[in-house]
Design a protein around this ligand. Structure first.
Ligand code: SAM
Length: 250
């Protein structure tokens, strides 16, 4: 990924960004029930890892970006002073609020905004967290997002990212992940073959899902000034990257 100015997207990039935001909002607003009832199944391990890492930091204010129906925000709420749950889809956030109310969680505030346009006060956040959402951003927007997050965080604040972390087969780790997924789907017969074709199309065209490798995420964090950057493969393509801004580690 070529480094770009983190603050000022070019005009052509802005058009791509607007189109992507519109399409993600449409796609996810239509998928609330599916995601809430079935989507998070299979993601339990990465959800647990992200929740565990974030809750251990005991943040005063955590911002969960691409919060969906609240798998992370609701689970970390009891370990945080306050959680701001951000999502491009108001429908997702409405479900998150219903679930939080049903569980008696009262310290989550929702903000309907694309990650790309999110504005928060400088130095006001203890932890920026995101799970399985940032691979929907264009690559240049991922880089800008990480740079923006560094601005929102207080000195010593943390970023915790769980996501589909996979390049396009360029290294041995990518190839091993792809081979293992293909193997599982092949054993499912025709339904699995269809999934292989669909996933290969999505991965190659990068129309809705644009994962990058764990090493690429670590590079983005380091370039944005994060230190103590660590990576962890959680299961299959799911990985976790975290880093801290220089400053007191409270
Ligand atoms: C796969 S779901 C993950 C939801 C939740 N984090 C979880 O772990 O269950 C992806 C979420 O990212 C949101 N999303 C997609 N593109 C986004 C964007 N550009 N800005 C903010 N949220 C976005 C979607 O609306 C959806 O709720």
């Amino acid at each position: 990924m070529a480094p770009s100015d983190p603050k000022t997207p070019a005009r052509s990039t802005l058009r791509g960004q607007e189109a992507n935001v519109r399409s993600q909002r449409r796609r996810w607003s239509a998928a609330v029930d599916r995601w809430d009832h079935h989507g998070v199944l299979g993601l339990e391990k990465i959800i647990s890892a992200v929740v565990e890492e974030t809750a251990a930091l005991r943040p005063g204010l955590a911002v969960d970006v691409g919060a969906g129906t609240g798998a992370i925000a609701i689970a970390i709420a009891s370990s945080c002073g306050r959680v701001v749950a951000v999502d491009v889809s108001q429908a997702m956030l409405d479900r998150l609020s219903e679930r939080a109310a049903a569980e008696g969680v009262t310290n989550i505030e929702t903000v309907a905004s694309p990650a790309e346009l999110l504005e928060l006060d400088a130095g006001s956040v203890d932890v920026v967290v995101s799970n399985y959402a940032l691979h929907h951003l264009l690559d240049a927007d991922k880089e800008r997002f990480v740079a923006q997050a560094a601005g929102w965080l207080r000195p010593g604040g943390w970023i915790v990212i769980g996501d589909m972390m996979l390049g396009r087969g360029g290294d041995g780790e990518d190839r091993a992940i792809i081979a293992s997924k293909v193997g599982v789907m092949l054993r499912r017969g025709p339904a699995g073959w269809w999934r292989i074709a669909k996933n290969a199309y999505r991965l190659l065209t990068r129309t809705a899902e644009r994962p990058i490798s764990m090493a690429a995420w670590a590079g983005l964090l380091e370039r944005a000034g994060f230190v103590e950057v660590t990576t962890r493969r959680v299961v299959n393509e799911a990985g976790l990257v975290k880093g801290r801004l220089p400053g007191p580690n409270r």
